[in-house]
Design a protein around this ligand. Structure first.
Ligand SMILES: Cc1cc2nc3c(=O)[nH]c(=O)nc-3n(C[C@H](O)[C@H](O)[C@H](O)COP(=O)(O)O)c2cc1C
Length: 223
């Protein structure tokens, strides 16, 4: 598979088969992704690849402790335009495919729980950075977050090449304290995002979602 084919083929998967991903394949993907670029080659990412009983323990703990939500990364709740419309488009597309009405709060909540359970993925790759590098001299240093994006996309593309589905998502790290507790990690390890990874369940309607992109002439200026 060439790079452009992997780029075009990749899309976010929100329903996985329970079939485990071979450990060797996971290792190969993560090792390959370590070649991602980073500011001054700082390689600020730290990865936790979690499968099996430990991941089941995490999914269970999250569902049983809704009051323990704690997000590490600073981010916008309200989006200004044009970003708000783009966000609304994804949400509406996913709900439509699942036959969930916009005002059906119960069904939407159930869908949120699916996210907490990593959409059934057998493995999740948690991407972390150290607090001492995200905050330097009491200011946010954005570059490690940028670099986490680079390694994330590299993981997604290598996973695609290996016939796997992925989704880069904040939902898996909404319970950061709980995650650190379960993984035995110190408070300084900030949870940036999770990448549920596994074999896509192509029978699930939500996996038919194809998000749109703005056209080239809107997004890029050529001089
Ligand atoms: C930083 C980041 C966080 C995301 N968080 C979530 C999430 O919590 N839940 C979700 O369903 N999708 C999440 N996504 C997936 C995006 O919705 C998705 O990438 C976008 O709509 C484009 O669709 P595509 O990945 O299928 O091309 C996230 C993506 C990124 C890059």
């Amino acid at each position: 598979m060439d790079v452009l084919e992997a780029v075009n083929k990749r899309k976010s998967i929100r329903a996985f088969k329970p079939e485990p991903v071979p450990a060797e394949m996971l290792k190969k993907i993560v090792e390959g992704a370590l070649h991602a670029p980073s500011a001054s080659n700082s390689q600020p990412w730290e990865l936790a690849v979690v499968s099996g009983a430990k991941l089941e323990e995490i999914k269970k703990a999250v569902v049983e402790n809704p009051g323990r939500m704690k997000v590490d990364m600073p981010g916008a709740v309200n989006y200004p335009e044009p970003y708000a419309s783009r966000r609304a488009g994804v949400m509406a597309g996913a709900l439509d495919l699942m036959g969930i009405a916009r005002d059906d709060k119960q069904a939407r909540m159930q869908w949120g729980v699916q996210g907490a359970k990593l959409w059934g993925a057998p493995t999740c790759i948690y991407v972390m950075i150290d607090r001492n590098f995200l905050y330097v001299d009491d200011k946010i240093n954005i570059w490690p977050a940028f670099d986490c994006g680079a390694i994330t996309q590299t993981i997604l593309l290598l996973a695609t090449e290996n016939g796997l589905g992925t989704i880069p998502a904040v939902q898996p790290v909404l319970y950061a304290d709980l995650l650190r507790e379960k993984l035995g990690l110190p408070e300084s390890k900030l949870m940036v995002l999770g990448i549920p990874i596994g074999y896509p369940d192509w029978d699930a309607p939500v996996n038919a979602l194809r998000t749109t992109r703005e056209p080239l002439d809107i997004m890029a200026r050529f001089f």
